[in-house]
Design a binder for this molecule. Structure first.
Ligand code: DAK
Length: 257
């Protein structure tokens, strides 16, 4: 594993996955996502593991998909790469998955945290869907999950302005379960995991599946819709300009084309 660290026996019945691209603020490149998918699959099949913790580091949970890897992609490239199958497999993890978030959880990073079942955040956590600033839109469930979690008005604001939500606001908007001082976020997530690990793993799995079912019937349709529009954004000149501007550390000039 080059981009994640897996501790299969972090504590009894609890596994820990750490995103590990610190210099790039854990930007989610294709390799990292592949490793994450494989690790989750393996832990899901490990009978001794009952709860999985997913974390980054103090500065970043993940600052989004890797813009440098996406910048020159066309809509067809994105279709062929089909990252969605990886995200779909991650979403299908059967065991309870808890995100321990500190620092940036942006774009795909925010979407990844929301794909988890619960989020424990440090006081320094910042959530956001800033894709609009680089000429695209959320592509891994952001428009659907964020809206369901925090409501239309606030979701619209975040998705259309790219503004960040502080940990305190994320708690007020029910995006996260708990906010704790930065030195406590992993401990607190592990505490939650410990409690769940004492329950029947079968019951936990079935209960998780059922809670998710409460909105997933509509989510499938929503995700499908979001994906079409996400691909479409890659057909625009603004996508290339937005991502190139980020790489060149300058302000993008959008033409609406
Ligand atoms: N991609 C690539 N590199 C990134 C990055 C990212 N998302 N975020 C940060 N980095 C890199 C920076 O380029 C910099 O690299 P060097 O210049 O040192 O080589 C390094 O990490 C440190 O970042 P900064 O110097 O910018 O650090 P600051 O503390 O000044 O700023 C920041 C932190 C988080 C505010 C800033 O880095 C930033 O704005 N980052 C971009 C945030 C963003 O726009 N995220 C959304 C990306 S789009 C899909 C699934 C998901 C997605 C798409 C498709 N499919 C299933 C198809 C998701 C899309 C996105 O997430």
């Amino acid at each position: 594993m080059n981009f994640i660290k897996v501790t299969q026996r972090y504590e009894p019945h609890i596994a820990l996955i750490e995103l590990n691209r610190p210099k790039e603020l854990n930007a989610l490149n294709l390799e990292l996502m592949g490793e994450l998918r494989d690790a989750l699959k393996q832990l899901d099949n490990d009978e001794d593991v009952r709860v999985i913790l997913l974390t980054g580091n103090e500065k970043a949970f993940a600052a989004g998909a890797d813009i440098k890897q996406m910048a020159d992609k066309s809509a067809v490239d994105m279709l062929v790469i089909d990252q969605f199958s990886t995200w779909d497999q991650i979403r299908k993890t059967k065991k309870p998955l808890i995100a321990a978030v500190s620092g940036f959880a942006l774009g795909g990073g925010c979407e990844l945290a929301m794909t988890c079942d619960m989020i424990i955040a440090s006081e320094t956590a910042k959530f956001g869907q800033p894709e609009i600033k680089i000429g695209v839109m959320p592509g891994a469930g952001g428009t659907q999950r964020l809206t369901k979690a925090i409501g239309k008005a606030k979701a619209m604001e975040l998705v259309l302005t790219g503004r960040f939500l502080s940990a305190e606001e994320a708690l007020a908007y029910k995006l996260v379960n708990k906010v704790v001082p930065v030195e406590m976020y992993l401990y607190e997530a592990a505490q939650l995991a410990r409690e769940i690990a004492q329950m029947s793993p079968i019951a936990a799995q079935l209960a998780k599946e059922s809670v998710n079912r409460s909105f997933e019937t509509h989510l499938d349709e929503g995700l499908h819709f979001e994906r079409k529009n996400f691909y479409l954004a890659f057909a625009s000149e603004d996508q290339a300009e937005g991502m190139q501007a980020f790489i060149e550390k300058r302000k993008p000039v959008y033409k609406g084309k």
